[in-house]
Design a protein around this ligand. Structure first.
Ligand code: SF4
Length: 293
């Protein structure tokens, strides 16, 4: 499994801690390679809303992101979406790459430097003020949809005072919609907790007061990913586990479709080889791809 490459080391990251944060944009692969991967993935899919760019970490660290998205959208004729942590949105080239997309989701969990450091643990070179200004710029430049995702962690960034500061920042960004989310899967730090539902609601209501009710959506804390329902081979589960921990019971029932009674045996081989590991969170067991060190 590749090592996660990210500019943050969020306390709730489902991929574990970032071993070394980076803000260096690199040519990880050629756009044509991305197109071939998409082509193979499309062989097993009958309906596509968006082709979404999301990395084992932060996708804007890929220096040819805009070129790859343009190529994929032209070659396959689908709309393209980007899920980013917004850490590099202050850079003009990153904003130019982002404007290629029809739908852009940017993370904003913090409105102040201290909350930013606590929740996202960013690379030293990144400033929250630059990110907020970058988002304001992007909002003016983009012709597609700009959405914001905010992940709330109990006792860290879910206070009403923080909701007000975040709302002030977002009022200038003017996103199409803000999604409020919570760490429902195993986080990087064991002490991370999902806020109480009433606190999540109060936070969403305060944002709504500034941004409008229709612009703030509190995501249901559903556990099952739609995409999981399509996975039945160990390879497809491994791919998903690189991005999202998969509930162990769900993984086994999916593997049973192909391997019957041998499902546990197949999974155990991967656990023994060290490419997968089991973690416990909120009373449930998950399989997660092990990070290379
Ligand atoms: S949650 Fe996303 S932004 Fe945060 S460390 Fe993990 S991959 Fe990076």
């Amino acid at each position: 499994m590749p090592m996660k490459t990210c500019s943050y080391s969020c306390i709730y990251c489902q991929l574990g801690r970032t071993i070394r944060t980076s803000i260096l944009r690199r040519r990880y692969c050629e756009p044509e390679e991305v197109a071939r991967v998409v082509e193979r993935a499309l062989e097993n899919v009958d309906r596509v809303d968006y082709l979404t760019f999301v990395g084992d970490g932060e996708p804007t660290l890929y220096s040819l992101l805009g070129k790859a998205a343009t190529l994929v959208s032209r070659e396959f004729g689908y709309r393209v979406a980007l899920i980013s942590n917004a850490s590099l949105v202050w850079r003009r080239d990153v904003r130019e790459d982002s404007t290629v997309f029809d739908f852009v989701s940017m993370k904003l969990d913090a409105a102040t430097p201290s909350v930013f450091r606590r929740v996202n643990r960013p690379d030293n070179a990144i400033r929250i003020s630059a990110i907020i200004s970058g988002l304001e710029e992007l909002s003016k430049e983009i012709s597609g949809i700009l959405s914001i995702e905010t992940v709330l962690v109990d006792g860290v960034n879910d206070g009403s005072w923080h909701a007000d500061l975040l709302a002030e920042a977002l009022r200038k960004v003017e996103p199409y919609v803000v999604y409020i989310n919570a760490p429902i899967r195993p986080p990087a730090e064991k002490w991370v907790r999902v806020p109480r539902v009433d606190r999540l609601r109060i936070f969403a209501e305060r944002l709504s007061m500034y941004l409008g009710k229709h612009r703030v959506i509190l995501l249901p804390l559903a556990e099952i990913d739609e995409v999981l329902a399509r996975a039945s081979t160990i390879e497809s589960l491994l791919e998903i586990a690189k991005l999202h921990p998969v509930p162990l019971d769900l993984a086994l029932s999916l593997l049973k479709r192909e391997h019957g009674d041998k499902a546990m045996e197949v999974l155990r081989r991967y656990l023994e080889r060290g490419s997968l590991t089991i973690v416990k969170y909120r009373g449930r067991e998950y399989i997660r791809a092990r990070q290379q060190t």
